[in-house]
Design a protein around this ligand. Structure first.
Ligand SMILES: Cc1ncc(C[n+]2csc(CCOP(=O)(O)OP(=O)(O)O)c2C)c(N)n1
Length: 685
């Protein structure tokens, strides 16, 4: 096997010649996907599974399988072009009947990397499924998507030669992959996919996942200077889109493709934050209904810190979405950099190993294996509620963009790619689809007709629809008449102050905090000037009382970096916690103070997204991270010409933050203490 890559790190060491697996053309049945048996009987499905192991009844078989389950992925047949060679592992140098059986499963076109998951139940869940026969897949549907993916790119290439489009060619299995994820998710209750992705394959996803009419996408090329990299020229790879997807089983799933800035991975927290906002709005069942899917490039996945920040939220109470599906569209290249210079690990996906989540590597040219992994990963997310990573390994047919010449930096690789047929041709051959060429010609004609139609469009189509609850709002320049009264009465301030400065009977308050609360009681009744901490508390409390959710996010945001907030009171004898902001008045909106981890970029990215996805009639204020920064809801509402809530303690005008006397009322009889739940350090994990 020739290699186009001169230097190769230790982790990519070649296997002895006799072990090298032939990758193309693939003979059927493929190792990753032998025939059918996983039977999904809807949500509470019973799967026809063989036991993962004989559990000691055959210790030798168990010993051999155990080694392959652990290290098999290193010897997997994962790169369609064969450059990322299987790496021999000493524990797998076994030649017997059991080793042959285990090798066919664990060193196949699917490689599972799950040694870092400490829970044996979760590992066994995966082993059982892999050691069972694969469910039958809809090969014709997959072939159709592969044809559409390639032909879409080709028509763009022919009609708009010299334009950038960041083609999906080389990893077109990404489309059947998403199709299968959607089918599985819909069967588990998904009604919407919130999808974040960068440039690669985005146009294809708009057409085939968001289901926008191809002419809408072609229209983006009609009036644009192809040399443009800024302004409208680039917008087509960044715009969001919405649409309806009909799954293989006939379910309807709304697609929300999030707009994406040029900055790689910045879309991750936006996608997850937006999903969380939608889930929160839905309440019960939100985690099942709204599924986040993020598609990453391999270099970006390994290289961008914001991904690590985002993944770190996955299991945190204030941030979890019940699992995000991460798909790495892995072409083993980042711009002009080969994979072995992109990351210190064998796979870009290894960064995810710090979390207790599975990584499924899959050869992007074994389509049946790709579908199997899509189903497995989605089922896993729905069963265990964690993130999952699918590492879809393929290649990049052209340069980074279509105006780059990759033969300058990777001449041998591109020599090989030039001779490599598109996946739909390979797959059609594999499954014996004799009319694939006719089908391809028809799809091409369809796209060419759409392209002509795009030329005659007079107006650039809007590819996304906002949810209905935005209908009565509009944007535009600020006008003085948009100003609204946001102050509240002194009497109301006094009531809110009482709630803010009270705590349950028997609660052992820290003496310093008691002093602070006593001072705040005087501030709220005009006996002492109001300081920043109290002004802020009054603002949050009055907003929550009026039904506006408030969310504080960022490390130390509970106490406040400058020792000024103290939004959570801790009992000094038992570490029970009491949150006055959650006990302002019956029927108040939620006040969340999530302040236990340290990152800045990611929560800030979530801030606008969670606001914009909240129902506008009840916009939520978000404060991040910990110190003196507050985003008053009323101001944001005004910025957007949204009628603000009737009033808040934090007026638009600074002079309204001082007020005159009002008598202090008796503390309400608050009998609950964190709903009887104890949140001592680490207790919730
Ligand atoms: C934060 C950031 N750094 C650098 C870039 C410039 N850039 C755009 S694409 C790219 C390579 C991305 O490679 P990969 O993630 O593997 O995706 P691919 O294009 O190969 O699909 C780079 C460095 C950027 N857009 N954002």
């Amino acid at each position: 096997m020739s290699s186009g890559r001169s230097a190769r790190p230790e982790s990519c060491t070649d296997r002895p010649a006799s072990f090298i697996l032939v990758t193309r053309p693939m003979a059927t049945p493929k190792t990753g996907t032998t025939s059918a048996a996983l039977i999904d009987k809807n949500q509470s499905e019973t799967l026809a599974l063989r036991p993962a192991s004989t559990n000691g009844s055959n210790p030798e078989r168990e010993r051999v399988f155990s080694a392959f389950r652990q290290w098999g992925y290193l010897e997997g047949d994962l790169d369609p072009l064969g450059f990322l060679r299987p790496r021999p592992h000493p524990d797998l140098q076994i030649e017997n009947e059991y080793a042959r059986e285990a090798r066919a499963i664990y060193c196949s076109t699917i490689g599972v990397e799950i040694n870092h998951i400490s829970d044996p139940e979760r590992r066994n869940w995966i082993y059982q499924r892999l050691e069972s026969e694969a469910e039958e897949v809809d090969q014709q549907r997959a072939l159709d998507l592969l044809i559409r993916a390639d032909l879409f790119e080709q028509v763009l290439q022919q009609r708009y030669l010299g334009s950038k489009r960041f083609s999906l060619e080389g990893v077109t299995a990404g489309l059947p992959l998403v199709d299968e994820i959607l089918d599985t998710a819909a069967r588990r209750g998904a009604i919407e996919l919130v999808m974040g992705m960068s440039h690669r394959g985005r146009l294809n996803v708009m057409a085939h996942v968001a289901r926008r009419a191809p002419e809408e996408i072609f229209a983006g090329f009609e009036d644009v200077d192809p040399r443009s990299v800024l302004g409208s020229g680039d917008v087509k790879y960044h715009m969001g889109a919405t649409g309806e997807y009909i799954t293989r089983s006939g379910a309807k799933v709304h697609i929300h493709l999030v707009s994406n800035p040029s900055h790689l991975e910045a879309v991750d927290p936006v996608t997850v934050g937006r999903t969380r906002a939608k889930q929160d709005r839905t309440g019960e069942g939100g985690r099942e209904k709204y599924l986040p899917l993020i598609v990453h490039g391999d270099a970006a996945f390994a290289g961008q810190g914001i991904l690590a920040e985002t993944m770190n939220y996955a299991d945190l109470k204030g941030y979890t979405v019940g699992g995000t599906i991460h798909v790495i569209v892995n072409n083993l290249l980042g711009f002009t950099t080969s994979y072995f210079e992109e990351h210190s690990t064998r796979f870009a996906a290894c960064i995810a190993r710090r979390q207790s989540i599975p990584i499924f590597h899959v050869n992007g040219e074994d389509v049946d294996a790709v579908l199997r992994v899509a189903r497995l990963a989605t089922e896993y997310r729905y069963t265990f509620g964690t993130d999952v990573v699918i590492d879809l390994i393929g290649y990049r047919r052209h340069g980074h963009s279509e105006v780059d010449d990759p033969t300058i930096t990777q001449p041998l690789l591109y020599e090989k790619i030039k001779k490599h047929p598109p996946l739909w041709e390979i797959y059609a051959d594999d499954i014996g689809a004799t009319d694939a060429q006719t089908q391809a010609a028809a799809v091409k004609a369809e796209f060419e007709a759409a392209q002509k139609k795009a030329g005659s469009l007079k107006k650039k189509p809007t590819m996304r629809d906002l949810p209905k609850y935005w209908d009565q709002y509009y944007g535009g320049r600020y006008k003085p008449e948009f100003e609204v009264e946001t102050g509240i009465s002194l009497e109301e301030l006094a009531k809110v102050t009482t709630s803010l400065t009270s705590y349950p009977e028997g609660f052992h308050i820290h003496p310093k905090v008691k002093k602070l609360l006593d001072q705040r009681a005087e501030m709220g009744t005009g006996k002492r000037p109001v300081d920043y901490g109290m002004a802020e508390a009054l603002a949050f409390a009055s907003l929550a009382k009026q039904g506006v959710p408030v969310r504080l996010s960022g490390q130390d945001s509970r106490r406040g970096t400058f020792n000024q907030r103290h939004s959570v009171l801790t009992d000094i004898e038992n570490e029970y916690e009491y949150v006055p902001l959650e006990n302002i008045a019956p029927g108040q909106a939620r006040c969340e103070v999530s302040g236990r981890r340290s990152s800045a970029t990611s929560p800030m990215s979530r801030k606008p997204s969670s606001i914009s996805s909240s129902p506008p009639e009840r916009p939520s204020g978000t404060c991040s991270p910990a110190s003196f920064c507050f985003c008053p809801t009323a101001t944001r509402a005004r910025d957007r010409n949204i009628p603000a809530p009737a009033s808040s303690a934090f007026s638009n005008s600074p002079r309204r933050t001082t007020f005159r006397s009002a008598s202090r009322q008796t503390p309400p009889n608050i009998s609950t203490c964190c709903g009887g739940k104890r949140y001592a350090t680490g207790a919730s994990r």
